[in-house]
Ligand binder design. Structure first.
Ligand code: B3K
Ligand code: ZN
Length: 888
């Protein structure tokens, strides 16, 4: 908890550390009611800071919630008068350039509910140190530009904690007479403290091997609690694929002799890339057909890859300070997205990522917490593990990749890794390596790192039939964001093509060029307003703009609905075919929203029916793309693109459209459903793209078909629920039943499901989520009731996300109830969680921070809840920062 007014930290104030730590030697004695930590730090003055300053500055070590038991400077035992101690720092005065600090502290992992530092998840000990958790373990220079080797010894009771792990390689172990045992691990690679990890528990492991490109043998181990040992193979396969891919695509080889993953149930986020010892939320490791959906399987593959890739982009080359977080996160998200694209369907992966970015990151970038990819300031760094740093950061790296091409980009990453191996560096260093390796100037491009907000790109066209020229004029603008009233123009890479009347791409030749250079090109828009004129254009073309979503901007071009239908059919870019469908749906839905608001009879534009019919009837298309194209833009996305979001009208319009589509397209949906369900019945579950695709189409078809309320569809749904051999089919069947009017069947299915899976917490999370997301009336009361369920606890972040998070983020009609009860409920949970787990409390708050999107009545109610949180007592810096910035 905060004891003083939280301070803002600024990037411009960065200073290198006065002292460095060359070696860190740790000993942990783990007991049930406390843990003792002894740290020996071999230190020296930082030569970079010593010049011009003969006097030795004080040594200020970070430390929080530690009980100091003893302290030595070299051989001298220090007494309380020899140092200063407060809630955050231990300050002492070195007397030589080189010295050793020895400290012993007592900590209480057994009562650590914040899940930061050393804590217990169920019966095991584990750690989470990024960003600033190590200071809750021992006194240290807890900042990423202090890199040290680590030797770690842990001792614990042998029968409770047979497995003792830390970073690096095991070098010694032994037992003692009193039933305790110990192990020592040594990590030869210098690392910042945020990559430290320790695990002690009764764990089983699946072991495998990987032979690297230089024929080194690496032992791979995934540790889980015994009951989960049958859910590890998918993660292991994903790990081996990631290791191979990083060698092939980036030339990066693994460095230690052993790579371990440990699954824990209580974890604040997905996973953590600790050197050689990744710690994972069990939801990001465990997957088998019967208990995890296709989406969960893909998430496991992506997160295993992401954490593994960090070994180079994050660990070998790390961040100088936390303002540079996107240096490792944006780059690593880009790397894992490309990996997933290579393992599965590239276009589907891009569609999913862009839909997510446009819905959630764009909303963040337009809200009170908007910040640049490289923030200039923060109060609590935990609040900056954001969609902007991760997802927009990845888009920025993707744009560099687009501008330099794959080979130029690889030259840049080779230089970056070679130049900075073993260093803590900045986003500027990353861009500099790209520039130097390619002989280009990215000065203006770097505004993507420093300017917040989503740029808008307005495009207009002019065709001169007589001259055969076609011009596209781009106007870019970017709305003000907190602290940034005006913006300079960005470099916006626009990949585009021009379609003729038959839907073929025309050769693209700019005025002044000798010849056409292909039919799909990338142009950089660098001015506030800029025109590109194409020559030899025989007829007025239809532009296909921002192919593959080549820049994270809001593109505005006045397409008519017939033109969008034409693009859906003919665009050579698969992403833009999908996007044309989305734009058509948005236009149609916005028309319905207007009709609903004016109290008119709703009428669905038959062109949307026709467009989706032809998608459904096209057997050439990837079935996953058919499923994506059948998915109407979400209520959250329709909210994001509204000036004032009318939650009820959005819901009513979208439901109306779904129902009408289900009626009009019943036959083709039923055919494809039955064909795919039959195939699912015939073949065992396989976690591969083609099978994901078949089930995705089957499941979206079922969700439409159930809107017909026909008995034969209900029977099919129940059959799928009861006899599917996998969670993907079973959970969809459950979800559509839960949202259906068939009350008896719904209740029975929920009960059967909970009864069968009551001992599997990850499956129960899905059971909670399905109910939390149901838009049927009474949603809040259902959620409140579910909080009493024995499987629910506020202490487990997965449960909080599954029930409360799903309600506030996905159940918009119930959460935004006009009486404000949804807001009041969320604020109550935030206030409770503020004391238990500030990081989770602060994340849960996000929906309330978007109050400016809603009507006056709701705005007032949402603000009142934010005020109530602010006044509720001593707030963590996490919650304080988000609430105070939201109200500013
Ligand atoms: N680096 C961690 C995130 C740590 C978050 C700390 N609050 C996971 C990841 O991005 O790989
Ligand atoms: Zn990461």
């Amino acid at each position: 908890m905060r004891t003083e007014q939280p301070k803002t930290i600024y990037l411009k104030d960065y200073q290198a550390p006065d002292y460095l730590i060359d070696e860190t030697h740790l000993t942990f004695e783990l007991y049930e009611d406390h843990t003792l930590v002894h740290a020996q730090l071999v230190m020296r003055r930082n030569p970079e800071r010593a010049a011009n300053n003969p006097k030795l500055p004080p040594l200020v070590l970070d430390g929080q919630q530690l009980e100091l038991l003893s302290l030595m400077l070299d051989d001298r035992e220090l007494q309380p008068g020899d140092y200063q101690l407060d809630a955050n720092y231990l300050t002492l005065q070195p007397t030589a350039e080189r010295f050793t600090v020895d400290s012993s502290v007592r900590i209480h992992p057994e009562s650590n509910t914040a899940l930061e530092g050393l804590y217990k998840s169920g019966k095991m000990f584990c750690t989470q140190c990024e960003a600033e958790g190590f200071r809750k373990i021992t006194y240290y220079l807890d900042r990423p530009d202090v890199m040290s080797t680590f030797t770690t010894t842990l001792s614990a009771e042998q029968h409770r904690y047979p497995v003792l792990l830390s970073n690096g390689n095991p070098i010694a172990s032994g037992s003692e007479d009193d039933g305790r045992h110990w192990a020592t691990w040594e990590d030869p690679f210098k690392k910042p403290a945020y990559l430290f990890a320790l695990v002690a528990g009764d764990l089983w492991c699946v072991e495998d091997r990987f032979t690297t490109m230089t024929e080194r043998e690496i032992a791979l181990r995934i540790y889980v609690e015994p009951e989960n040992i049958d859910k590890v193979q998918h993660a292991m396969n994903s790990l081996k694929k990631s290791m191979r891919w990083d060698e092939e695509v980036y030339g990066r080889e693994y460095d230690l002799d052993i790579f371990m993953i440990v699954a824990v149930n209580d974890f604040n986020m997905g996973a953590m890339e600790n050197k050689g010892l990744n710690i994972f939320n069990s939801s990001a490791v465990l997957a088998k057909a019967e208990t995890a959906t296709d989406a969960a399987h893909q998430r496991v593959e992506a997160i295993v890859a992401h954490e593994y890739f960090h070994n180079w982009s994050g660990n070998r080359v790390t961040c100088r300070d936390w303002f540079q977080l996107s240096l490792k996160e944006g780059f690593t998200v880009f790397r894992d997205a490309e990996f997933s694209a290579d393992m599965n369907s590239r276009t589907v992966k891009r569609v999913e990522d862009v839909a997510y970015l446009r819905t959630h990151q764009f909303a963040e970038d337009a809200g009170p917490m908007a910040h640049p990819v490289r923030p200039d300031s923060f109060i609590e760094i935990s609040n900056f593990y954001t969609l902007t740093v991760y997802e927009k950061g990845a888009e920025v790296v993707r744009m560099i990749h687009t501008l330099l091409g794959p080979q130029g980009f690889r030259k840049g990453t080779d230089l970056y890794f070679q130049r900075h191996d073993g260093q803590a560096v900045t986003c500027d260093d990353f861009v500099k390596a790209m520039e130097d390796a390619n002989g280009v100037d990215l000065t203006q491009f770097k505004r993507w790192y420093s300017q917040a907000g989503t740029p808008r790109l307005d495009v207009s066209e002019a065709y001169d039939a007589a001259a055969g020229t076609y011009s596209l004029t781009f106007k870019q603008s970017c709305p003000p964001t907190p602290g940034q009233p005006t913006k300079e123009p960005f470099v916006i890479p626009v990949e585009l093509g021009l379609l003729d009347g038959q839907g073929r791409d025309l050769p693209l030749c700019l005025q002044g060029e000798a010849a056409a250079q292909g039919t799909n090109r990338v142009f950089s828009v660098t001015e506030a307003e800029q025109t590109f004129t194409f020559v030899d254009i025989p007829e007025k073309p239809l532009p296909s703009l921002l192919r593959g979503f080549s820049a994270p901007v809001k593109l505005c071009f006045p397409y008519g609905r017939d033109q969008l239908m034409f693009l859906m059919q003919h665009d050579s870019d698969g992403f833009n075919r999908w996007d044309a469908g989305q734009q058509l749906s948005v236009q149609v839905l916005q028309e319905l929203i207007g009709q609903q608001q004016r109290g008119e009879t709703l009428a669905l534009d038959p062109r949307l029916v026709a467009a989706l019919r032809s998608v459904l009837e096209n057997r050439e298309l990837d079935q996953a793309m058919v499923a994506e194209m059948l998915s109407l833009p979400s209520e959250a996305y329709l909210t994001e693109i509204s000036d004032v979001a009318d939650v009820d009208a959005i819901h009513a319009a979208r439901e109306f459209a779904r129902k009408r589509l289900a009626e009009e397209l019943f036959e083709p949906l039923w055919q494809r459903y039955q064909a795919n369900r039959e195939q699912s019945r015939q073949s065992p579950y396989i976690a591969e793209a083609e099978h994901f695709a078949r089930r995705a189409l089957q499941n979206i078809a079922l969700s439409y078909l159930m809107l017909s309320e026909r008995q034969d569809v209900l029977a099919a749904c129940i059959e799928q629920f009861e006899s599917a051999d996998n969670m993907t089919e079973r959970l969809t069947a459950l979800a559509v039943l839960v949202n259906s009017p068939f009350e008896a069947e719904r209740g029975k299915a929920l009960e059967m499901f909970a009864d069968y899976f009551k001992d599997d917490p990850l499956v129960m999370d899905q059971w909670f989520s399905v109910q939390a997301g149901s838009p049927l009336p009474g949603g809040l009361e259902r959620v409140q009731q579910l909080m009493q369920h024995p499987a629910f606890t506020l202490k487990n972040p997965n449960k909080v996300r599954a029930l409360i998070g799903a309600f506030a983020n996905q159940n918009l009609v119930n959460f935004h109830r006009i009486d404000g009860a949804g807001y009041r409920f969320l604020a109550d949970q935030v206030i409770t969680l503020n004391a238990l787990n500030p990081q989770i409390a602060s994340r849960l708050l996000a929906p309330l921070t978007r109050w400016r999107k809603y009507d006056n009545a709701r705005q007032a109610l949402m603000r009142a809840e934010l005020e109530r949180i602010l006044a509720s007592g001593e707030l963590s810096s996490d919650v304080y920062e988000v609430v105070s910035k939201s109200l500013a």
